[in-house]
Design a protein around this ligand. Structure first.
Ligand code: X8Z
Ligand code: ZN
Length: 597
């Protein structure tokens, strides 16, 4: 899910016209229901414009989407102005929560000024469009889109070829570096209207606790998992050094960022072939089965849906398959980055994904359907309670399901061969998953660390790129493979920066999905090791999940967390416990190595 979630959600809540903001003579409850009504009406337009824009990038759709976005921002300003006047007023709990949610703002609030609204909306629309239409043309004149470049990063083991595409994609973002700077200025002004210092405070203020406390909480979670990340980093660096040579991957330096199988080095499972601890033990390659068995986009999506329905959750409406975009159109530019859309307040859910027939995309389909099932389960809530308990919950649902896609499940579906049960097979399986789940943690933490500092002014515009790499090194232990300068804008080469989607949600999701998995396995009565548990077909676990999803954001998130897990906190110990076998294996591998960077 992406900021389309925020824009239309703002849409659902906050669209309308400023002149409709009534004097506060209106009771809080009447205010909330009026905003819901008007918001829903305007959301139709903003969703429609945003969907068409994302699935058909042209100058014309930019105009339409920016205009619709502008109306959304205007309504937001008006709503905030009135909502603030109810501070301290008498009202029932639900109304108070609804008003509190309105005052949380969006990821890009506009100041109450028509010209600035127009400018902000245009910048946001155009940055995402430029990213979506981005291509890299090499010296031979061959042009490739992001997905083709990503495939090279995933598959090639040729140092120079990797370097070429890594550098090449980063030519897309410098043209909007100035726009990003301007976006920060305007949205920071907009944030002030919510009574906060800057946009960083607004972004960190959406978690049912004071923003300073949330920042400390997120840091606490990172500290819980950091030692394990350092073990993984140490071992991966040693293997890459064997593969590419110690001159290219020195053992006491950060790892060059183009060797990890992913354009942003955010997940590393594509280099599992280099990392596989016990050669040939356990066959984990789902891609081959998908291709060999003739899976297409539709069959992959239906299979993913099948997991959710096996839990007793409802089938998706027919309109989902009619209106979604699951195949990359051949004749036009689209925003290929996958997303899920809550069109029509639950009646017309859609995904947009340029599905390719491989394991990674199969995973992403489950991720997107996690969003869709959240939408489906809270569709009867009023629109102001339609949303994840917090944004990390929304991101965690589909991933939680994926933790149940164990080798036994995949075997049942005919997607892998006979399952071997052995220590070696467990370590291999955990390595593959850790390359995705553990490698991701510092990446998902540092992106907003960078943005929070940009918003607060601690990072000045002339330091955008240097500060980006400083954090990449500090958190991930990576370095740029070639010299970078302030003519570059490497942060902007990541979708969520160009598309202005907050990223801490994914960090939280990766922590929480292991808590959720553990709780659902317990609900299913499962008692063995968690990496072998699958809740497939289990209706008790499904009912527990469904009940939490149906709460939407009607209650503070610790209530939703408690409903599912019995705990009221996010906690990194579940992910650490899950990987206990690999953790001790890695410590053993690293015992004579000098780790760190
Ligand atoms: O952006 C996404 C989803 C859509 S919400 C495809 N993800 C993050 C990313 O791709 O960077 C999923 C995990 C991380
Ligand atoms: Zn998502």
């Amino acid at each position: 899910m992406k900021h389309k979630f925020i824009v239309p959600l703002m849409g659902a809540l906050l669209l309308g016209a400023c002149d409709q903001a009534k004097a506060p003579a209106e009771s809080p409850a009447d205010f909330v229901s009026r905003i819901e009504r008007e918001g829903n009406e305007l959301a139709k337009e903003s969703y429609a414009a945003a969907w068409v824009r994302s699935t058909y990038i042209t100058q014309d759709t930019a105009v339409l989407a920016a205009k619709a976005g502008e109306r959304g921002l205007a309504f937001e300003s008006a709503v905030v102005k009135q909502a603030k006047q109810y501070k301290g007023a008498e009202m029932d709990e639900r109304t108070a929560r609804a008003i509190e949610l309105m005052l949380r703002g969006s990821s890009a609030p506009a100041p109450d000024d028509a010209a600035l609204r127009t400018e902000l909306s245009e910048i946001l629309t155009n940055m995402e469009g430029q990213y979506g239409a981005g291509k890299y043309c090499n010296e031979a004149g061959v042009c490739r889109e992001l997905q083709e470049l990503e495939a090279v990063l995933a598959q090639s083991r040729d140092y120079d070829e990797l370097l070429d595409v890594w550098k090449g994609w980063r030519e897309v973002s410098p043209p909007y570096r100035k726009d990003y700077q301007r976006f920060v200025e305007i949205a920071n002004e907009g944030a002030k209207e919510f009574g906060v210092k800057n946009l960083a405070e607004l972004w960190t203020g959406g978690y049912d606790m004071p923003s300073e406390e949330f920042v400390v909480e997120a840091r606490r979670l990172w500290e819980q998992v950091k030692p394990f990340y350092e073990e993984l980093h140490c071992h991966v660096r040693a293997k890459l050094s064997e593969t590419y040579g110690a001159d290219r991957v020195p053992l006491d330096q950060p790892i060059p960022a183009h060797l990890l199988g992913n354009m942003w080095s955010q997940t590393w499972d594509n280099i599992y072939d280099i990392m596989e601890p016990y050669k040939g033990v356990g066959q984990l390659d789902v891609t081959k089965a998908l291709v060999d068995q003739g899976y297409d986009e539709m069959k992959m999506t239906k299979t993913a849906e099948g997991f959710f329905t096996s839990l007793g959750l409802p089938s998706l409406p027919e309109s989902f398959y009619q209106n979604s975009m699951i195949k990359k159109p051949r004749d036009r530019n689209v925003v290929c980055h996958a997303s899920a859309w809550d069109m029509g307040g639950g009646s017309d859910p859609r995904i947009k994904q340029c599905v390719e027939i491989n394991e990674e995309q199969f995973g992403t389909l489950h991720h997107e359907l996690g969003h869709i099932y959240y939408y489906q389960m809270y569709k009867d809530q009023p629109s102001y309670f339609k949303g994840g308990a917090h944004d990390g919950f929304h991101e965690a649902i589909g991933d939680t399901i994926q933790l149940s896609m164990t080798p036994s499940y995949l075997q049942q579906k005919g997607l892998i061969g006979a399952v071997t049960d052995s220590y070696e097979a467990t370590i291999n399986k955990q390595m593959k998953l850790a390359l995705s789940k553990i490698a991701f943690l510092p990446f998902s933490k540092m992106i907003d660390e960078w943005r929070w500092k940009v918003f607060s002014g601690e990072i000045a515009p002339e330091d955008y790129n240097a500060s980006w790499w400083k954090l990449r090194e500090e958190y991930q232990g990576l370095r740029a493979p070639v010299a970078r300068s302030e003519a570059d804008f490497d942060a902007g080469a990541k979708y969520h920066v160009a598309g202005n989607t907050p990223y801490t949600r994914y960090f939280l999701s990766f922590i929480m999905q292991f808590q959720f998995h553990k709780a659902l396995c317990a609900a299913a009565g499962y008692e063995g090791p968690l990496n072998e548990c699958s809740i497939y077909n289990n209706k008790v676990a499904g009912a527990k999940l469904g009940a939490m999803l149906a709460m939407g954001q009607s209650k503070p998130w610790p209530d939703a967390m408690e409903a599912l897990t019995g705990q009221r906190q996010m906690d990194g110990s579940a992910i650490i416990d899950y990987f206990a076998p690999l953790n001790s294996w890695l410590k053993d591998q690293n015992k004579d190595r000098a780790c760190g960077w």
